[in-house]
Design a protein around this ligand. Structure first.
Ligand code: CA
Length: 228
């Protein structure tokens, strides 16, 4: 997933970003309300992790529920990007206000990364209108919860980035995803993008899953072949 993390606490933000990257997500991190708003206006994200206690302006201190402004502006223009709000333990009113303003779920700090990951998957699933947590296509089954992939029932071992590429393709079988769209799923803003990374991951996926599994459309992108 490509995530936007809006969190002013540098320690929490840094550890969250590292942990989420290890799970194969591309994470962009902003520290205040204006930066979150311009990021959301400029790019599409699969999920927004929104701390409600954010600085209302760059350089100021955090205010208890300033992050609600980000959520209200997003929903106000009809943007349905999934949002999980992060709140302090004693901020019940904030959680209610967050859900009322259109958040999909919330987490109370401090939280375990496992719980955040599970809630992210649940929110993404509901957003996509799927009840079954696993994606299946042409004998391949990808389970975002366990991060396991099988082909005709046999386990296939993938790296985090191979998994991310396959997941992006399996979420929209038959759709052609451009190299840039796939790079978006692999890298955040600060990351150096290796120029041929996507073709390398596609090459490795073909070796593991079969040469015909992922088709290329020259100059356009990649897509999953239909079931044989
Ligand atoms: Ca905060």
């Amino acid at each position: 997933m490509r995530l936007l993390l809006a969190e002013d606490d540098r320690m929490i933000g840094d550890s969250l970003r590292q942990a989420l990257r290890l799970e194969g997500h591309a994470v962009d991190w902003v520290y205040d309300v204006p930066a979150a708003q311009s990021a959301l206006a400029a790019e599409r994200f699969d999920l927004l992790l929104l701390d409600l206690g954010l600085p209302a302006r760059a350089g100021l201190g955090a205010e208890p529920s300033a992050g609600l402004a980000v959520l209200r502006a997003l929903r106000g223009r009809g943007d349905t990007t999934p949002v999980i709000v992060l709140t302090a333990r004693d901020a019940t009113a904030d959680r209610v206000a967050g859900l009322d303003a259109g958040a999909d779920d919330y987490l109370v700090k401090p939280f375990e990364l496992d719980e955040l990951s599970a809630r992210m998957r649940a929110v993404a699933r509901r957003h996509a209108g799927r009840a079954d947590p696993a994606l299946t296509h042409a004998g391949i089954r990808l389970d975002p919860a366990t991060r396991q992939v099988t082909q005709q029932g046999r386990p296939v071992l993938l790296s985090a980035r191979e998994f991310a590429v396959l997941q992006a393709l399996m979420q929209r079988p038959g759709a052609v995803l451009s190299r840039a769209q796939l790079e978006d799923r692999l890298y955040g803003w600060g990351d150096a993008v290796e120029s041929n990374a996507v073709s390398v991951y596609v090459h490795q996926l073909r070796k593991k899953l079969g040469a015909d599994t992922i088709q290329s459309m020259r100059g356009v992108g990649y897509f999953l072949a239909a079931a044989p």
